[in-house]
Design a protein around this ligand. Sequence first.
Ligand code: HEM
Length: 413
Amino acid sequence: MSATISADVPVFAEFDPLDPEQVADPHRWLKEARRNQPVFFMPKYGWYVVTRLDDITRIANDHETFSNRMFVTVPEVPPRYRDRLPNGFPMKVQLAAADPPAHGRLKRFMQAALSPRTIAAHANRIRQIANTLIDEMLRNPDRQANLVVSYADRIPMMAIAALLDAPVDDHRRYREWVDASLELITTNPSPARLDVLAETLVDFDTFVRTLIQERRERPGEDAISKMFAAASKDDALGEEEVLGLVSSMLLGGTDTTSTAIGNMVWSLLTHRDQWDAVRVDRSLLAKAFEESVRFRDPGRGPIRLATRDTEIRGIPIPKGSLIQLCTMAADHDETVFDRAEQFDIFREDLKIAPAWGRGIHMCVGRVLAHLEGEIALDTLLDRIPDLELVGDGARSYTPQLMMPTLRSLNVRW
Ligand code: HEM
């Protein structure tokens, strides 16, 4: 980072999002931050953290001062893969990493791909997927499962496959593509490792290019056909852009939604009266999902880059600084939510949880995530209404700075 940090910058010394205790229960520390140091710097990780919703909203609406440019850094393709990836890695174009005006154009294509109508057209397929996964789970004679591995983690990948009108059974391949893409953009892989990642991403590249070819010839009701339908002669959509948008769907829409589904089941099972309330009144499904996302945000919050010297709540922020809009903290902002620390699907002060972000980059996949979350819960309530946690569910999260992804939630029936 190029910025220099002056001596009067507030630092919250005890705060470390990767400390196991804070991974398990981050809200104790986030509450203290909101109250005593709503904006602070983390010397260990090199970025500022902003914790109150009003500050986050202001920053998210000022994309000239706070850019999304730094979001991903994609390495060069290794020489022996250049003939198979002549245009670079397939996640080079990322919606979340674009600033206006490029951002608005790409977002329009993505909104066409993820429109409520396109998504509704795939609802039955997603319900079928949820039922098939439960059939498989119920075959376990031990009558227990890790719900993340057997259910929550598979639904988002299979739902995106369904939306692409591609085979849904290949979810392991999707997982490999997501993991390889994340590793490529968030770590500094050795040359040997880069080769392995390139091999996996050649597979993704070929898969999407084949779909593109098919959809150009025979458009359908799938996400790629909808992107092309939103293009025009004056505003053609390039193949690299479609690749980037499909990659954006996979990177934005898998671990987030899987963790949200798992967290929702955990929240409801630890508030059994609310599980029962949704069981008897399914009109509560949407509220249950939205409140779960607020109560346990799947992410910690997106990052921005200061394009000039600025300030947040009077704290000077030098040009070149990285700033995390900590939506996880804003979800429990007590100046916005009554009894913010309580899980309550009946709350009336929640419309759109801070967890979806604010401003022009606000989540474009919210309708899809809701559909997946609501179908996942509806199907569980129909098929395994007496589901319960094994002990406390032995929840575990990956120690990731941006997104503590849920890896296990043990349940029985
Ligand atoms: C519970 C699930 C989800 C949560 C909590 C979530 C959260 C977020 C947040 C906070 C942002 C804003 C990023 C920023 O401000 O820089 C975002 C953007 C985005 N999300 Fe989601 N997301 C979820 C599900 C999905 C799904 C299902 C998809 C698509 C399949 C998706 C695709 C995207 C994309 C492409 C962006 C970038 C939008 C832009 O830059 O304009 N997300 N999401």
